[in-house]
Design a protein around this ligand. Structure first.
Ligand code: HEM
Length: 438
């Protein structure tokens, strides 16, 4: 990897656009790169499946969430995404059962209803911001099925808050040496960070207060469980952190995946024709349900291929607790290892025509190495919502494709922004053509 001045130049590029720097380092130095941070520690970019297997699965006990999660932790506290050790274990045990297949299938009608509510309001010929609408649908879904709360109306404010939060989290990377309390104080100086925190806190408080006032429903949902079933019960602060974590982790990533998929389908009309044909045949006019997940293989393959090219969680980072040897790369204690789905998914040794959009890769027998494809991470910190997200994405895309066709406005480029998640940097103007009802 680079050293001295050269390394400093890469760090500067990293601060401007981390994913662009990761790509540049991969192209310049290959799939195991060491970028020095200080005298002892470095950032290692490791982009082979055996690296992912080692760090995320086989030797996961030797790694903790990286220092790069610390700015996010200031906002999300002890929620599942950012906690460690016993707290993480207790929260995971509490939350995981809700995301079992059986439960997720029961969420399907709510998912389809939320999608139908938005899509039904798109008149023929209108130009809309697909990114904002996907956020609206996915926030509507987590609000309904996990928290029994109607959040769709808050999606624009939440979207702005999340953009501010992510920008702040990247700025905060330069100040992690301050520790948690120092970082918290430093965020008071970052424009937008305070407002974002207040907006998100307000939403979470409303969700919790409404439930306290109404009491549990007949069928307890995730919120009832969080409020009741912890062992020991979650404190008010822990409850707030977990609700916020699940609200944010549970909608922004799926929204990004859907938005990238719509953009790709607009660019690859043959793939889109095939989605429409599949959906028309399988649904024949009705709304999609849980059983359709297995009946829509092409639609699924399209989503998988879209998450290969644009993985919403584009990098997964861990700090090494002790010195380690990761498939031939010596990693020093305290160093950070980045397993980047973005780099793995475009590694030409693993994927023929890595930049091409070819959903057929995900049909039938697939003979790539395990851990070559990691949109949801791996090991015990694997995404708790992966089954939920896949169900949701397939149902929403099926419902959209049955009802409308979306074309990216001519001449519009869609640059990406990679902060915590990989998403379009700007609004995504798409033209609606209604397909159904006729
Ligand atoms: C963790 C990706 C949807 C909740 C993760 C991780 C990835 C990921 C890669 C692991 C991070 C790490 O190891 O450092 C995605 C993608 C999604 C998605 C690409 C959509 C396409 C969801 C949904 C939910 C959710 C729908 C909840 C409703 C979480 C939580 C964690 C997590 C709580 C932390 C789990 C833990 O550490 O125990 N996600 N996710 N995600 N995700 Fe997702």
């Amino acid at each position: 990897g680079p050293t001295g001045l050269e390394a400093a130049r890469w760090w500067a590029r990293m601060m401007r656009d981390p994913m662009d720097a990761y790509g540049g380092l991969f192209r310049r130095y290959g799939d195991a790169v060491r970028l020095p941070r200080d005298r002892r520690r470095a950032l290692y970019l490791l982009s082979r499946p055996e690296h992912a297997e080692h760090v995320l699965v086989a030797k996961q006990d030797g790694y903790v969430k990286a220092f790069t999660y610390r700015p996010l932790r200031v906002f999300l506290g002890d929620g599942l995404l950012t906690s460690e050790g016993e707290t993480w274990r207790r929260h995971r045990r509490l939350v995981q059962p809700v995301f079992a297949q059986r439960h997720v299938s029961a969420f399907a009608p709510g998912m389809a209803e939320a999608a139908a509510r938005s899509v039904g309001r798109w008149p023929d010929g209108v130009l809309l911001d697909a990114a904002a609408h996907m956020r609206r649908i996915t926030l509507d879904i987590v609000g309904r099925v996990l928290f029994g709360s109607d959040l769709a109306g808050e999606s624009d404010a939440t979207g702005r808050a999340l953009a501010d939060l992510q920008r702040s989290a990247v700025i905060g990377l330069g100040a992690t040496f301050l520790g948690d309390a120092g970082l918290r104080r430093a965020f008071r100086l970052v424009p937008g960070a305070q407002r974002a925190g207040a907006q998100l806190d307000g939403m979470v408080r409303r969700v919790i207060d409404e439930r306290r006032a109404a009491g549990p429903g007949a069928e307890p949902d995730l919120l009832d469980l969080l409020m009741r079933d912890g062992d020991p019960p979650l404190s008010d602060a822990e409850l707030r952190d977990e609700v916020l974590t699940l609200l944010l982790a549970g909608h922004e990533t799926t929204a990004a995946a859907l938005t990238w998929t719509l953009i790709l389908l607009s660019r690859y009309p043959a793939a889109r024709d095939r989605v429409e044909a599949e959906v028309d045949e399988v649904l024949a006019g009705r709304d999609p349900d849980a059983a359709d997940l297995d009946r829509l293989p092409w639609t699924r393959a399209v989503l998988s291929e879209s998450m290969r090219l644009y993985p919403p969680a584009w990098t997964i980072e861990r700090d090494a607790v002790a010195d380690d040897d990761v498939a031939g790369t010596v990693v020093t204690a305290g160093s950070t290892v980045a397993i980047s789905p973005y780099l793995l998914h475009r590694n030409p040794d693993l994927w023929p025509d890595p930049e091409g959009f070819r959903p057929e890769r995900f049909l039938g027998e697939q003979d790539r190495p395990r851990h070559a494809y990691l949109p949801f991470g791996g090991g015990r910190r694997i995404c708790v919502g992966s089954g939920f997200a896949m169900m949701e994405a397939v149902l929403v895309l099926a419902l959209i494709s049955r009802s409308v066709r979306l074309d990216l406005a001519p001449g519009v480029a869609v640059p990406s922004r990679a902060e915590v998640t990989l998403r379009p940097a700007r609004p995504v103007p798409m033209r609606v053509s209604r397909r159904w009802p006729p």
